[in-house]
Structures are given as structure tokens and as C-alpha cells.
Ligand binder design. Structure first.
Ligand code: R5P
Length: 289
């Protein structure tokens, strides 16, 4: 197998190859003057299994075009199998036609990617109305979870935690992590009014006093969900607030606003950032074995 680090996967691709004791190469990518993408595979792939490592953030459209160019090229050059390991896969949250005429992005992306890959591996996909990857991709797919890594981080670094899921969708992370640690958890209720406006409420009786509250969620994007959640329970006497998420998307200066709200933030490096202290390269390597 050859591991190819695409532009947003380079931060983990060499480590993945090292863990698998296999060859590593980087995809050469640049923009033509008009913005089009140029991609070049730098190692021979004929007869080989190729794993493209990519995350999808920043200029997401460019990230998509780049891996599609690379996958099609690997195939043309005779690769035996072409796999995509996506530490963060985009477009999963628009999973329904909420208003007439809307694109159901998850389906469109599912079809598009399925045509180009023999297998697609995704870390903690945002599966909500779709319950599994097989409903999205018609090619082979595998879901990995960073939950054990988050569990280990909390066990090592946070005493007397109370795990809080900021909305019911977060139970797959919050509840699971709490169960594995053997500590209490509570799931809040969230009402979303728009991409930037949410209301989060605690509708259960739970003793928060003196606890180190740890919000656990899959994605932090604008940060409003976590900031609103903390606001709602702040008066109940928690000792500290930490938020641990798998994917730190962080738009609109979210990290800074979370810090100003006295919330410590930790994420995995599915998307690398200032607080991505939890490394997923081992997880991806296992997924590729
Ligand atoms: C949504 O259900 C996700 O699990 C996250 O809670 C959401 O994407 C967070 O978004 P934001 O940080 O913009 O509130």
C-alpha cells in the first residue's frame, strides 16, 4: 500500500505510513493562475493499493476537486485499489431537503465519491437522519470513531468530570465516552433557529456543583452551541468548563469567543488547529490495516 498525503491530510499522512510501515508520498497540488487545481501523483502506483489521506476544510471545494483528480489519476495509472481516508468529511449536515428545492448535499457527495473510490473511510461522520455510511456511499465504507481517544484524554487530564452533550445528536459521543469512563453524563436540548443562532437548555435535574463539566460533541463550527450550553448551566456552580470535540471547524473566530467564555477547548487533529492535541493518525492507520 502507498499512502498519499493530499493538501489537507499531510499533517497525519506520514505518521500513518510510518505506523503501517509502508511507503509515503505527497500529492503535488497547486492552483493555476485562474484558480483551477493542478494535481500530480509523485510515486508509481501501478498494481498498488493507494490510500489518499485528506481532510475537507478551508476551501472545501478545492479539497474535493483535488482528491477526485488524484483518485481518477491513480486509477488511470493502474492502481489496484483506491481508498480515501477522510479525517473530516464535509457536507454531511445538509442531510435533508428542509426547504423546497434545496440540494440534499450528503446524497450528492455520496454518489460523487462512490464513483471514484473502492473504499471510503471516515472519522466520526455527522450521521443524523442517515443512520449509516452505507446509506450514503454505494462503495465500501468504514466509520471510525475517536471516542476512545477522547475517553483516554479525559481520564488522563480531567478529574471528577461530568460529561455534557450539548444536544441529543451528541449522545453518540458524550454518552458513549461517559459510559467508557464510568462517570455521569447529561444531554441538553438544543433548538436551532439558524446557522448562527441556537438555544440550549438543561431540562433534567443534575448535580453540577463542583464538577468539571466536559462538553463532548462531534463538531464545533461557530461555537454557538457550546457557548449557549455553558451559559445555560454556568449558574449551577460548575468548577470548570472544557469542550472536547472530534472536528474543530472553528469559523467566525469561534476559538477566541470560546476562550472569552472561559471554556477550554480541545479537539482531535482531524482538522489541525491550535488546540488539536489528540492525534488520530493511529486510528486511521488501524482503519487502513
Ligand atoms: C450539530 O448537530 C453538531 O453536532 C454540532 O453541535 C454543531 O455542528 C455545532 O455547530 P456550532 O459550533 O456552529 O454551534
Amino acid at each position: 500500500m502507498i499512502i498519499i498525503g493530499c493538501s489537507k491530510g499531510k499533517h497525519i499522512s506520514a505518521k500513518i505510513a510510518q505506523k503501517l510501515k509502508t511507503r509515503h508520498s505527497e500529492l503535488k497540488v497547486r492552483n493555476f493562475p485562474d484558480g483551477e487545481i493542478y494535481a500530480r501523483i509523485m510515486s508509481p502506483v501501478k498494481g498498488k493499493e493507494v490510500a489518499l489521506i485528506q481532510s475537507f476544510y478551508g476551501n472545501i471545494s478545492d479539497c474535493i476537486i483535488e482528491v477526485l483528480l488524484a483518485a481518477a489519476t491513480a486509477r488511470e495509472l493502474g492502481a489496484k485499489k483506491v481508498v480515501l481516508a477522510a479525517s473530516y468529511f464535509p457536507y454531511f449536515r445538509q442531510d435533508s431537503r428542509f426547504n423546497p428545492g434545496e440540494a440534499v448535499s450528503i446524497k450528492v457527495m455520496g454518489k460523487l465519491f462512490s464513483r471514484h473510490f473502492d473504499e471510503i473511510i471516515v472519522i466520526d461522520p455527522h450521521l443524523h437522519r442517515q443512520s449509516s455510511l452505507s446509506g450514503i456511499f454505494s462503495t465500501n465504507s468504514k466509520k471510525l470513531t475517536a471516542n476512545p481517544l477522547i475517553r483516554d484524554y479525559i481520564k488522563k487530564n480531567i478529574r471528577n468530570p461530568l460529561i455534557v452533550g450539548p444536544d441529543w445528536e451528541s449522545y453518540k459521543w458524550a454518552r458513549k465516552v461517559a459510559e467508557e469512563i464510568g462517570c455521569k453524563s447529561v444531554i441538553l436540548e438544543k433548538k436551532r433557529f439558524s446557522g448562527r443562532k441556537v438555544k440550549v437548555t438543561l431540562n433534567e435535574k443534575v448535580d453540577i456543583s463542583g464538577k468539571n463539566v466536559v462538553f463532548v460533541d462531534d463538531i464545533i463550527s461557530t461555537g454557538h452551541t457550546i457557548i449557549e450550553a455553558a451559559k445555560n448551566i454556568r449558574k449551577l456552580g460548575a468548577k470548570s468548563f472544557t469542550c472536547i470535540a472530534v472536528h474543530g471547524v472553528f469559523v467566525d473566530n469561534a476559538l477566541e469567543r470560546l476562550r472569552k467564555s472561559n471554556i477550554k477547548v480541545i479537539t482531535t487533529n482531524t482538522i489541525p488547529n491550535k488546540v488539536s492535541k489528540i492525534d488520530v493518525s493511529g486510528l486511521v492507520a488501524e482503519g487502513l490495516r
